[in-house]
Design a protein. Structure first.
Lengths: 472, 1036
């Protein structure tokens, strides 16, 4: 027999799980388990109920986007000598000379934020976002760094941020997954699905990858078209008969919640089959909206479409959506080793307008009041050159921004040294970042715990401080 | 195998409820108090001490626990201060020590902090402040002398008294009426104590289905079922158990359990998720070990140190795959610069994975928790952890070569020694080589072999040009190395001459080189190349016709014949065998005469795009009649052979003898059966770029707070100090060879006096049979884990297992023949109470209330079929299963080279009716960062984490997979075909399908409904329903 504990463990937090729990609660009392309170939080009142995270795969170059360093331009081509005792080393290359940003910076908005010419659209929204200029990573290698930024650990196998949120807060809807990932059309990021794994949490909390450009974006939603023997009628009659047969098995005095849960899961699956296609139907959007997101331009189309889908999903109760820019590989992402001049602009061109459009759209629709919009990357890049004009990985300094529910707009947090080599003031680790985001979601990062293989595990490991300066 | 359910849930309950009861309730109380006292508490004078005698344990400790221990307790010691250990609490306190001044609470910094009397220091730093009442209690306690009883201390010695660290203790099975089986006696005793009753025996049909899946992972056939049900022999069940344990299917089933916990997969994981071509021999080792019923201690020793401890069983080397089974960070450990901190951190983490794999799985202790600090709960100091790091300090993960036959192994050993000996000519070797018998052998060889040898001649006077901008630089060996910009496409034009008088064939070597990506031989990032067409001209404009082409390796669908098919859109490629040299030989239709001046022009067209260019080509020609058989001789040897024998000097004779002997050794080595390779822990292996064999065991330092920047004292290889009965450091002379370190650890683990090992394996086996262990946390026998529900039974089983041959099969037999195992899974209590009684019983007496989690086994656990069982059962029922065992894994996905190291795989593009689709799922290729979505939906782990118990979930994703995945759809069609062939009418087909999938015939009402459905929608649709029934997916 399965107890309610088992049942909670095996099915809570997934698609429609809250509803599923309520269904069972009629017959059984439920004990304390992560279960979002009426105010939306788990441990305290939540500011944000849902999250969209834009993730720049490869390590976006901070000093070419937001972290303006005129000294680099002044000393361009000179030997890099930060005059500290710390050794200058780079992960994949011999450190070259100082590489000043080849891009122009201007001040923008009321806040007078420096933004590079590569982000003309986001530059108009600096007063809506909080920029983190002092993010850090414990590693300079993509695999571990991407794991760290997504799961809080350098090694594979730990639950990612979205999975923790799904586990802690459960679902807001019955018809769609709780946590959706929209990978770049070019392919999966470094670590592939490892970045959106539920690790040792129940599999139901893992990110459901939706390939927006595929004919069948959500795998398994319907029978493959090659199966000619399946007709709408065989499907309907079949599910009905299955339901009837499975129910008969219950009439034997057995109290096994899993048997009932499985019956209900088919009902939810059927609902999802009906509602999921509607999410992807962009015909419901106005022409102006499509244009704002850049769907009329091949350069911005892929990222724009996925940003728009992200908005449509959170509108329909998906709790966490992660939108990736860039796939794994030497090119087509933010890992600009060979030329910051040639490789970075295509990435910003593809993402700047859609990201700005998403922010504007969320704001206009009032969604930003309880939605958190995050822009992240796994680490930053070096102030000195790799080869002639590329930049190597830099865990010492990195950027990100956030906007929306509970976030103080128009601020910049932290500072790097004059080179943007290391964060020196108010450094923000991945733990601090996650602690802060969880806090906004009504979760105390030190209390969101799961025991696995003999250890109490958290998204923030044993670290993490809430960055109060980011909060409204 | 169910179960995770129970255990995880408990965790969940524990973590959340624990947190709530700890903070929630207290918070409420405190909030309440604060509402009353708040203004006073913040600004007023220090609250007075309560006027009564205060008990530390009852009143003070609870306040400290709630308010302070989060930062000053076992998990953290902010300011190096903790309030759970008396001596530290009373004497410590960083800059303010002592924080507690007995008899003087007003001067005690602790009180000043909690009362907000100290500038800038308000405690607790986080959360609610203490109430005046609470401060008053603390003050009173201090004023009364701050007595801290020893018994209230968290002490190391007490931690050693933990149950799992005690020696195994024998208790005879209790005497219980009607109970003959020892397991039942122990279980029944507990049930009696709890006022519970065992469930009645399961029906034979239910039991046999349970047993088949449990022992073999496959369902019984209708005939096997009928035979068993009809058999009245009392020994029928035992005989069946023996038969199933003897079946090779048993090893396949139980190896997979071990693969979960070893976190085995066949790619590295991380951002460079490269395929491990040679991981599978470890899987085959496991299957064979289970099938042969290898004694458990040998099974353990093999996996940690087979190289030392199993000298007579060279095949056991494959067992070392265990140490390398987990993920590996290729970027950090191979590709980034050797001198970075990241590399060093990566090495510590990599060893952490190895030692965790060993200690979690063999002794069920969570030693990895002592990496940054002493273990918070168990008596494992940081020093022990780093002693274990030192055990693995001399190995990396790599392809390890080994021979499966003892004779071959010895032959290879002596030939390899000879080869090494021939590298340096010392006086004794010199005299041997110049000695009579050797010179005679050289002479014979010269007569019979050497003269017949023709050779490949590398082109001379070469020059090269490239049409699209690659740079080719000539090397001393006659090859050209490409560098500089890498155009998408290019054509190399290489010109040269030869001293040969004719040309019959051309050889193109594409050489590996350390300057190329992945060491080449191509320039593409993944090391690949694509040769679209090769063209050869003699003189001016005499283009030779190529008759045939062969190569040592062809990429799938990119064979070498595509380089001579006249189509520029097709090409020869070598992926995934990158990092090594390859060769292609082109044979001409006609023999063409050459003169010394004849210019030979070779065009290597590489037009596929994406930088698929040859990194280091070398061209040679031959005039032999059969170019494919031509051997080659070095130029120096050829010139010596061309001298008359009597004119040769001693040095000439020596060179010739050395060449002859080296060739002989090389030939004999080559004639040995190819060594097998297994991806395993290895100290000596072929270097792979930045991954080189370590020069010896690396020095290991204890890292303060686990930080690489804080190395402390050097660690000596050793193991845990928490077992009083066994020494924790190895008595090995310094410098300890790395393999001896592993061997010593293995011997410590399998020592008779190591109680953890025996309890661990017995519990693990129990867990798989019942869906729940006697200890519910199979990999954690420490304080954070569960305690055994049946400690006497656990020890009784452990002793019996240890002392009677350590046979897993005997243990299985013992367990599954118990009545406990054979009872019904139903939780209905109508079996032993009448319906009226059930209704009259107080609810608290119902078993479902007394023991809702079924810890005490008052019924059998119902399990959901695991991913492998679902997959294999469908293949079996549909008649598709292919029972071939072993060998390379079936890649049930389409594989294409990726943009970087990680290949692109697509499960959707896999041919479900193809060759590699129908073997048992234990032979599936396991791709770490992209696991099979169908299997994943059914909780099959990805191999990232050690997974001693699988989840047993029921989710929407899972039912979608069962309902719509192409695998289920195809198997439904196969089953329909099978049913059509084997039965004639729709009712008889439905009837047969029920027997195949559910082990029973349909009831009349069911038959009617399903027949009606089948007649309307066809058999395949009916089969799809069948596979989706709860009754199919659950095992009663």
């Amino acid at each position: 027999m399965i107890t309610r504990h088992d049942f909670l463990k095996s099915s809570s937090g997934g698609m429609g799980s809250i509803a599923l729990l309520q269904l069972l609660a009629k017959n059984r009392e439920l004990v304390a388990a992560p279960n979002a309170q009426s105010h939306g939080g788990l441990h305290h009142r939540a500011k944000a109920n849902r999250v969209i995270q834009l993730f720049m795969n490869g390590g976006a170059s901070q000093m070419d986007l937001f972290d303006y360093k005129p000294l680099l331009q002044a000393r361009h081509g000179q030997k890099f000598d930060p005059t500290t005792s710390e050794r200058v080393e780079a992960a994949t290359s011999v450190p070259g000379n100082i590489l000043g940003s080849p891009f122009q910076f201007l001040r923008h908005g009321q806040s007078g934020r420096w933004v590079s010419e590569l982000l003309p659209h986001m530059a108009k929204h600096v007063d809506d976002i909080a920029v983190m200029l002092s993010m850090t990573s414990r590693t300079n290698v993509h695999g571990p760094a991407s794991y760290l930024m997504n799961t809080g650990f350098l090694l594979p196998g730990f639950p990612c941020f979205g999975a923790w949120v799904s586990y802690g807060l459960g679902s807001l809807n019955e018809n769609l997954p709780t946590f959706v990932v929209l990978p770049d059309a070019r392919g999966l990021p470094y670590n592939q699905r490892g970045n959106f794994s539920s690790g040792f949490l129940p599999v139901t909390h893992q990110g459901t990858a939706i390939h927006a450009s595929h004919a069948e974006p959500l795998h398994g939603l319907r029978a493959p078209s090659s199966a000619k023997f399946i007709t709408p009628q065989s499907e309907r009659d079949g599910l009905e008969l299955l339901n009837e047969t499975n129910r008969e098995q219950l009439v034997n005095g057995d109290h096994d919640a899993r048997l009932e849960a499985r019956i209900h899961a088919y009902e939810l699956a059927a609902k999802m089959q009906l509602s999921a296609p509607e999410v992807f139907d962009l015909n419901q959007e106005t022409k102006a909206t499509l244009q704002d997101y850049g769907l009329n331009n091949p350069v911005t189309e892929d990222f724009g479409k996925r940003c728009l889908l992200a908005r449509r999903m959170i509108e329909r109760g998906v709790r966490v959506v992660q939108v990736w820019s860039g796939s794994n590989g030497p090119t087509g992402n933010w890992d600009n080793h060979s030329s910051i001049i040639k490789e970075l602009p295509p990435m910003t061109q593809a993402t700047d307008q859609p990201a700005a459009a998403l922010l504007t759209d969320l704001k206009a629709r009032g969604l930003l009041d309880d939605t958190l919009l995050l822009w992240n990357t796994e680490f930053g890049r070096m102030p000195f050159s790799q080869g002639s004009e590329g930049r190597d990985h830099n865990g010492g300094a990195s950027i990100g921004w956030m906007a929306g529910a509970g976030v103080k707009p128009g601020v910049a947090i932290g500072e790097t040294d004059e080179w943007s080599w290391k964060a020196v003031h108010d450094p923000i680790s991945n733990y601090d970042f996650h602690a802060t985001v969880l806090h906004l979601l009504g979760i105390d990062h030190e209390q969101l715990i799961y025991q696995h293989n003999g250890a109490n595990r958290r998204l923030t490991d044993v670290h993490g401080h809430i960055v109060k300066a980011l909060l409204r | 195998m169910r179960v995770k359910a129970v255990s995880e849930c408990r965790y969940r309950k524990q973590s959340f409820r624990g947190v709530r009861s700890q903070y929630g309730a207290w918070e409420r109380v405190i909030v309440h108090l604060i509402i009353i006292y708040s203004t006073a508490a913040v600004f007023a004078d220090m609250p007075p001490a309560v006027k009564r005698s205060v008990d530390f344990v009852k009143e003070v400790q609870p306040i400290l626990q709630v308010a302070c221990l989060k930062c000053h307790g076992p998990l953290r010691q902010e300011g190096e201060y903790r309030l759970d250990v008396g001596p530290i609490a009373l004497k410590g306190g960083a800059g303010y020590a002592p924080n507690i001044v007995p008899f003087d609470s007003a001067s005690s910094p602790l009180i000043q902090f909690v009362a907000g009397q100290s500038e800038g220091m308000q405690m607790p730093a986080k959360g609610k402040r203490l109430s005046d009442e609470q401060i008053g209690i603390l003050r009173a306690w201090i004023d009364q002398g701050a007595t801290w009883p020893d018994s209230a201390n968290e002490k190391l010695e007490e931690r050693m008294e933990w149950w799992s660290l005690q020696p195994l203790q024998f208790s005879p099975p209790p005497t219980i009426e009607d109970c003959v089986h020892p397991i039942d006696s122990f279980v029944r005793k507990k049930l009696e104590e709890k006022g519970l009753h065992p469930a009645p025996p399961a029906e034979p049909r239910v039991l046999i289905r349970r047993l088949y899946y449990d022992l073999t992972g496959l369902p019984p056939t209708p005939i096997e079922l009928d035979v068993f049900v009809a058999n009245t022999d009392p020994a029928a069940y035992e005989n069946l158990v023996d038969r199933l344990l003897a079946s090779p299917r048993y090893g396949e089933r139980w190896a997979r359990h071990w693969m979960d916990t070893a976190h085995f997969a066949e790619t590295h994981g991380h951002d460079q998720d490269r395929i491990r071509e040679h991981a599978w021999p470890y899987r085959d080792y496991l299957i064979a070990a289970f099938n042969q019923d290898k004694p458990y201690s040998q099974f353990v020793r093999d996996q940690i140190a087979a190289d030392v401890l199993a000298p007579s069983d060279p095949a056991a080397i494959a067992a070392l795959g265990f140490l390398a089974a987990g993920p590996w960070d290729e970027s950090t450990l191979r590709d980034i610069r050797e001198d970075t901190l990241d590399r060093e951190i990566g090495r510590y983490l990599d060893r952490d994975d190895m030692l965790t794999n060993v200690m979690n799985n063999f002794i069920s202790l969570t030693v990895q928790c002592a990496r940054c600090h002493d273990h918070k709960f168990d008596p494992i100091p940081q020093a022990d952890y780093y002693a274990l790091q030192a055990v693995f300090a001399g190995v990396e993960r790599a392809n390890r070569s080994y021979d499966t036959s003892v004779a071959v192994q010895q032959a290879r050993k002596s030939l390899t020694q000879r080869r090494t000996q021939l590298e340096n000519v010392n006086p004794s070797l010199r005299s041997e080589l110049l000695g009579e018998s050797m010179q005679q052998a050289v002479h014979d060889w010269e007569l019979h072999q050497a003269r017949r040898v023709n050779s490949w001649a590398v082109l001379t006077s070469q020059s090269a040009s490239c049409l699209e901008g690659s740079t080719l630089e000539q090397q001393t060996d006659g090859s050209f190395l490409a560098s500089g910009i890498r155009p998408d496409r290019d054509t190399y034009v290489i010109r040269g001459c030869s001293t040969l008088h004719a040309i019959t064939g051309l050889r193109l070597e594409v050489l590996a080189d350390s300057t190329l990506p992945q060491h080449g031989p191509g320039r593409q990032d993944n090391g690949n190349l694509h040769l679209s067409e090769i063209e050869i001209e003699i003189g001016s404009g005499n283009r030779l016709t190529i008759a045939s082409a062969t190569s040592d390796f062809d990429q799938k669908d990119w064979g070498v014949s595509r380089a001579i098919d006249g189509k520029e859109t097709t090409a020869w490629g070598i992926f995934p065998q990158v990092g090594e040299s390859h060769v292609a030989v082109f044979e001409f239709k006609d023999t063409v005469k050459l003169s010394a001046e004849t210019m030979i022009t070779v065009r290597l067209k590489q037009l596929h795009g994406g930088g698929h260019l040859i990194g280091r080509p070398r061209l040679s020609i031959t005039s032999d009649k059969n170019p494919l058989d031509v051997l080659s001789l070095p130029g120096e040897i050829e010139s010596i052979l061309s001298l008359a024998r009597e004119t040769r000097t001693e040095e000439h004779r020596l060179t010739l003898a050395l060449h002859y002997e080296r060739q002989r050794v090389a030939r004999e080595l080559a004639s040995l059966p190819k060594p097998s390779l297994v991806y395993a822990a290895a100290a000596d292996f072929e270097p792979d770029g930045g991954l080189k064999p370590p020069p010896g065991p690396r020095p290991i330092h204890r890292l303060d707070r686990g930080d690489i920047r804080n190395p402390m004292e050097k660690s000596t290889a050793g193991t845990l100090t928490c077992l009083a009965s066994l020494p924790s450091r190895f008595s090995l002379a310094e410098p300890m060879p790395e393999s001896e370190r592993r061997a010593a650890l293995a011997q410590w683990i399998v020592h008779n006096n190591n109680p953890l090992t025996w309890r661990s394996i017995v519990n693990r086996v129990w867990l798989q049979h019942f869906g729940r262990g006697i200890v519910d946390t199979p990999n954690d026998f420490g304080r954070l884990g569960s305690k055994p529900t049946h400690p006497e039974l656990l020890d009784w089983l452990s002793i019996r297992f240890r002392d009677s041959g350590q046979s897993l099969k005997a243990l299985h037999r013992l367990i599954v023949t118990s009545e406990t195992y054979r009872q019904m899974s139903s939780t209905s209590e109508n079996h032993y109470f009448s319906v009226e009684n059930v209704q009259q019983l107080p609810r608290t007496d119902l078993a479902s209330n007394v023991d809702a989690d079924n810890q005490f086994l008052w019924h059998m656990h119902r399990t959901r079929l695991d991913a492998e069982c679902v997959h294999d059962a469908m293949l079996m029922i549909s008649g598709q299963i292919d029972l071939r065992m072993g060998g390379p894994s079936d890649r049930q996905f389409d594989l294409k080279p990726g943009r970087h190291v990680t290949p692109i795989i697509d499960y959707g593009q896999f041919d479900l009716d193809g060759q590699s689709a129908s073997r048992r799922s234990v032979y599936r290729f396991l791709f770490r960062t992209l696991p099979d979505p169908f299997m994943e939906a059914l909780d099959c782990p990805a191999g990232d984490q050690i997974m001693p118990t699988r989840a047993n979930s029921v989710t929407v994703q899972q039912v979608l997979a069962m309902w719509n995945d192409l695998l289920v759809i195809r198997q439904s069609e196969h089953l329909a075909k099978q049913l059509t062939a084997q039965a004639t009418s729709t009712p008889s087909r439905v009837d047969l399908a029920f027997q195949l999938a559910l082990g029973r015939v349909p009831r009349t009402t069911e038959l009617d409904r399903f027949v009606a459905y089948t007649q309307k929608h066809g058999l395949a649709n009916f089969c799809r329903l069948l596979y989706n029934m709860n009754e199919f997916i659950f095992i009663d």
